[in-house]
Design a protein around this ligand. Structure first.
Ligand code: NAD
Length: 281
């Protein structure tokens, strides 16, 4: 069994990105990222601060828009419009979830697809599905980078994803299918979940429930990727019962220090990619 070091993999990737940013600066291009956060959710604030800090460390131009919880949908759409037209900005990220009075779909659809570094715009999602060049959603793409870094064979392997959200489960399925895995997507209405997960060579857990995946569910030698982030008594834990599952898995990601750091690295990657595309590089 090997514990995957997401911090190390992301640090290596960020080192390469930093060099790339320096080269871009020599030709007058400074990749710019705008992050919008609405309200005061502590978890969202932590994510946004970390994104901002990482952007600054890599030498990106970074702007944070902290908005009042009561902001109208119209005002938020106007801000996105302004950022769409701001030449210093190459990536726009709206931290989810948004308050109930705001239609998240409308907001995400407003982001120009050239600046959609989260890869949530339906046009980018469509491009991803047909295998065209697109901004890929950061968390599932981060999982792919982990699998590639660890030389995990994907072709012909059975990948079971638990969770079917638009931001993790569904794009994860598309990316693994693109890489020739046989993909099964499980969700809250799935019957015989345990038997299905037991067939997996690669398990991706994106449920949002602490210790949801236990050792009995996992096949000996499986690769187990834990996307979950849950807070239990102030401590961060994943969706996988790490201590028991690690005894059966051949490779496993911890929480924290697994998928999380990769998500941020991929956001930086997409923002730099966007700046390169605009600069014709
Ligand atoms: P979500 O709530 O949108 O989706 C959860 C999915 O789990 C749903 O599709 C649901 O059908 C499925 N599910 C719920 N109960 C189930 C059950 N009993 N059996 C089988 N499936 C069940 O969540 P999400 O946005 O996809 O996030 C999932 C987890 O990943 C959360 O813990 C979230 O915090 C975490 N996350 C982490 C990162 C990261 O950077 N590491 C990024 C995004 C989300």
């Amino acid at each position: 069994m090997k514990i995957i070091d997401g911090k190390l993999i992301s640090a290596k990737l960020k080192e390469e990105l930093k060099e790339e940013v320096e080269k871009l600066k020599e030709v007058g291009i400074v990749p710019g990222l705008a992050v919008i956060i609405v309200g005061n959710d502590p978890a969202s604030k932590t994510y946004v601060n970390s994104k901002e800090k990482n952007a600054e460390k890599l030498g990106l131009y970074s702007v944070k828009h902290q908005l009042d919880e009561k902001i109208s949908e119209e005002q938020l759409l106007k801000l996105i419009d302004d950022l769409n037209n701001d030449s210093k900005i190459h990536g726009i990220l709206v931290q989810l979830p948004l308050p109930n009075h705001i239609d998240s779909k409308k907001v995400l659809n407003k982001i120009s697809i050239e600046k959609d570094v989260d890869g949530f715009h339906p046009e980018n999602v469509g491009k991803m599905i047909v295998g065209d060049k697109a901004f890929l959603p950061c968390t599932p793409n981060g999982v792919i980078k982990i699998l590639e870094y660890e030389n995990v064979e994907i072709t012909g392997k059975h990948a079971v994803i638990i969770g079917r959200s638009n931001i993790v489960g569904k794009p994860m399925a598309a990316l693994l299918l693109e890489r020739n895995a046989t993909v099964t997507v499980c969700h809250s209405k799935t019957k015989n979940l345990s038997e299905i997960v037991n067939l997996a060579d690669i398990v991706v857990a994106a449920v949002g429930r602490p210790n949801f995946v236990n050792a009995d569910m996992v096949k000996e030698g499986a690769v187990v990727i834990d996307v979950g982030i849950n807070r239990v008594d102030g401590k961060l834990v994943g969706d996988v019962d790490f201590d028991s599952v690690k005894e059966k898995a051949s490779l496993i990601t911890p929480v924290p220090g697994g998928v999380g750091p990769m998500t941020i690295a991929m956001l930086m990657y997409n923002t730099i990619e966007s700046a390169k595309r605009r600069g014709g590089i």
